[in-house]
Design a protein around this ligand. Structure first.
Ligand code: SF4
Length: 377
């Protein structure tokens, strides 16, 4: 069983906080891009390193919901033809509430998509406007209702916190509004200011009022407390799910299992040796040229040594509630995490949650995650 990530690097317009590779596109561009994705899939079996059937497929972006239902169906048909899709496969698509309508949603469902991830971010009109989103709260609520009506019984919503000017009371109101929509899964991210974004420039000019560290921590803890009381399992730093609704695709990344990424800007991970990371350049013209010339659009980015593979296994696993199974780590690498990284283990020791046979960070450790994992590099 294996996993496929399909990158769709198009957005209607750039959100002021986003540093992902994405460009504007006409419907003709989008149709042509779907043909290129199918062409890359046709090419994969010839290379022979990646085999189906696919247990998970994930359309991410960018804004995959700019693709028509026909285009999504055509890419999935190519995936089924060249790799095979398992009967119970999880097929996710990220969607922007401002780009959806009932016909497209029903079309996605009919094409085989069975999990929708809606980039709602907030249900507060002012916050959405400040984030430069295409939608307001009414469009987000309508998208949720229309997705349910189209037959999506696995629905994830993105929620952003630590927004400029957001109080804890405001965040609490937002969480309540999200819960009222009865999602099956929530991805919750604190706003981070990335270089080369409009928000970064606004910050430098002193125009954005951002929360300090203590307020950020209070917001993170508030999200955790409210969602766990509401019956969601906090199963990864940024992800919460009702029973049976963990994102199977993202677990592949955290467990450092192989996956194929297709499309301009997509990454792949191969389990050859201690692991290899491959990437398709985020250049649409080059992507087209290579495929038309019958060449592999991916380039080798990184070959892991044993030490790097051990470090990555640990810091990815520590993102999850299940953590890292010590016996499995030892079977794979011939030593325990404490033997491989004695200093790093000492550094995280006071943030570990007691769990026999496993290394798992507690919620306070997740809050310090970026700082704690520095010890593994
Ligand atoms: S829609 Fe998503 S990917 Fe596109 S610019 Fe906004 S945040 Fe970035």
């Amino acid at each position: 069983m294996s996993s496929l990530y399909i990158h769709v690097p198009f957005c209607r317009r750039k959100c002021p906080y986003c540093d992902f590779f994405s460009v504007a596109a006409t419907p003709a561009h989008l149709e042509a891009y779907a043909d290129l994705l199918a062409a890359q899939l046709r090419w994969v079996p010839r290379e022979g390193f990646f085999h189906g059937p696919l247990a998970t497929v994930f359309f991410g972006g960018g804004t995959p919901s700019l693709l028509s239902a026909q285009a999504v169906g055509a890419v999935l048909a190519a995936a089924a033809q060249y790799l095979g899709i398992a009967a119970q496969a999880e097929i996710s698509l990220e969607a922007n509430p401002g780009t959806l309508d009932p016909r497209t949603l029903s079309g996605y469902r009919a094409a085989g998509v069975n999990r929708l991830s809606l980039g709602v971010q907030s249900l507060d009109a002012e916050s959405l406007q400040r984030l430069g989103r295409l939608h307001g709260p009414a469009e987000a609520r309508r998208a949720v209702a229309e997705a349910r009506a189209a037959g999506f019984d696995s629905l994830s919503l993105d929620l952003m916190f630590a927004l400029p000017g957001q109080s804890l009371e405001g965040l609490e109101r937002d969480i309540d509004a999200f819960l009222a929509l009865e999602p099956d899964h929530l991805s919750c991210y604190g706003l981070s200011i990335e270089e080369h974004t409009s928000f970064h420039q606004a910050c430098a000019r002193g125009e954005l009022l951002l929360p300090d560290e203590d307020t950020y921590a209070a917001a993170f803890n508030l999200v955790h407390a409210r969602l766990t009381v509401a019956g969601f399992e906090h199963y990864e730093i940024s992800n919460y799910a009702r029973p049976g609704h963990f994102c199977r695709h993202n677990q592949v990344y955290w467990q450092r299992r192989p996956y194929l990424g297709i499309g301009a800007g997509a990454h792949s991970f191969r389990d050859r040796g201690w692991g290899e990371r491959w990437a398709v350049e985020g250049d649409l013209e080059e992507f087209r040229r290579r495929l038309e010339a019958g060449r592999n659009p991916s380039d080798l980015l990184e070959t892991f040594e044993r030490q790097g593979a051990m470090a990555e296994t640990l810091y990815l696993g520590l993102r999850t509630r299940a953590g890292v199974e010590i016996a499995e780590f030892q079977r794979r690498f011939g030593c325990t995490p404490a033997q491989a990284f004695p200093q790093a283990l000492r550094r995280i020791a006071s943030h570990l949650r007691p769990e026999p046979g496993r290394l798992c960070l507690g919620v306070d450790g997740w809050l310090l995650y970026d700082h704690l994992i520095e010890a593994f590099f």
